[in-house]
Design a protein around this ligand. Structure first.
Ligand code: SF4
Ligand code: SF4
Length: 387
């Protein structure tokens, strides 16, 4: 009520009828306006922080633009067809909008229910057909991993750390993932790799296919809970977010404590006994900095190692997220995803040719444009091996 005092001021000197109508319209009825409508009415105050808006620069895929389309679809003002639903998938689920929104809205959260409705009516961009089939059939975004990733894991033994790399790391960085186990051993923890290619359900969750997300999550947790591990550590911020923050809402319970590698390493950094004279810049994942509320973790770890760290323009909660293979956008428009990644890479490269990243998803998004992009555990292992 207090914030709306300006309405009362503005109405001074008007007739009683106008006053009553303004009071009803601006104050009493306002509470009835739902969040999606408020966002649809907003003049796009967060658009400067949205990676899609910065690179794609179209009104329909701007933050408020997507909310307007979701609103128009919901109210049946426009038909549900491929063209009209497509902008709802132009999002990398980064929540950068929420940092600058006066209401703290995440557009992704606002439009997700509409994605869910249109999916159940069977109308969605045809480009995500394969993705949905992969998730249904293999519980993984990469079905080929089922046959490629080998070996059974011994889950009889008591271990300290179960290292859960996530699908992108298993697909592209098998050797690097094995190297991380040596770091856990070095800081005194007995570690095993969880190499079953089961997704954490993040993409199904973001697509709004709740039943599929729950099925994937339950099957992952059944496997994880077979291990007698104290900690589950993952280099994937999205996996950590799902296991630690989202699963409990669905009463899906992981027995071990869950950490991102940076959180875990940060607690034991002294045991590595490393001083590194190097210079680098870094990329912050918004899942870590916003969703998991760890905006300075990577900067802090690098600084404590003695590295001369040069912060890019956009970092912490203001970071510019990449469009990785676990974002919906990647599967809907790979060219745009690539442009977003290039934009981020070009920014980081201005600060240093060495870019340290907190996840293999970020590494995959940023490498290939020219500089050295190195995941934090990979970086630590290289330094340890030099000694
Ligand atoms: S998320 Fe907030 S700031 Fe961004 S368009 Fe919606 S209401 Fe406006
Ligand atoms: S979640 Fe990220 S990509 Fe999606 S609208 Fe918000 S800022 Fe843009």
């Amino acid at each position: 009520m207090f914030k709306d005092k300006w309405v009362i001021e503005a109405m001074k000197g008007t007739s009683l009828g106008t006053k009553l109508s303004a009071l009803k319209r601006f104050i009493l009825d306002k509470s009835k306006i739902d969040d999606l409508t408020k966002c649809a009415l907003c003049p796009n105050m967060c658009r400067f922080a949205c990676p899609i808006n910065i690179v794609h620069a179209r009104e329909t895929t701007s933050p408020a633009g997507k909310s307007r389309i979701a609103y128009l679809l919901r109210e049946n003002f426009i038909p549900v067809n491929q063209d009209n639903v497509e902008p709802l998938y132009y999002c990398i689920n980064c929540d950068a909008c929420s940092v600058h929104c006066p209401y703290s809205y995440s557009v992704n959260d606002l439009i997700k229910p509409m994605r869910s409705n249109i999916l159940s009516s069977g109308i969605y961009p045809s480009s995500i057909n394969a993705l949905i089939n992969n998730l249904k059939e293999s519980k993984c975004i990469y079905p080929e991993l089922k046959t490629r990733v080998s070996g059974s894991i011994n889950n009889e033994e008591k271990i300290d750390v179960l290292y859960f790399p996530g699908c992108i790391a298993l697909k592209y960085y098998e050797n690097e993932v094995m190297g991380a186990l040596r770091i856990f051993e070095k800081i005194g923890f007995k570690a095993s790799l969880f190499n079953k290619p089961i997704d954490c359900g993040y993409i199904a969750y973001e697509l709004g296919i709740e039943s599929l997300f729950i099925e994937i999550a339950r099957s992952l947790v059944d496997e994880l809970n077979k291990f007698d591990a104290r900690f589950i550590v993952s280099p994937c911020p999205e996996c950590v977010y799902m296991l630690r923050e989202v699963y409990p809402h669905y009463k899906i319970k992981v027995r071990a404590k869950i950490y991102h590698t940076l959180e875990f390493i940060s607690n034991h950094l002294d045991k590595l006994d490393l001083r590194i004279s190097d210079e680098a810049t870094y990329h912050d994942s918004t899942t870590l900095s916003i969703k998991l509320d760890e905006p300075e973790l990577l900067l802090d770890v690098l600084s404590r190692l003695g590295i001369k760290v040069i912060s890019p323009v956009r970092y912490g909660k203001n970071s510019f997220e990449t469009a990785s293979e676990n974002s919906i956008l990647y599967w809907v428009n790979k060219d745009l995803a690539n442009e977003i990644n290039k934009e981020r890479f070009n920014e980081l490269r201005r600060f240093s040719s060495k870019i340290i990243v907190p996840s293999y998803a970020s590494k995959k998004s940023l490498e290939g444009f020219g500089g050295e992009v190195i995941e934090i555990m990979e970086f630590l292992l290289k330094e340890i091996e030099k000694r």
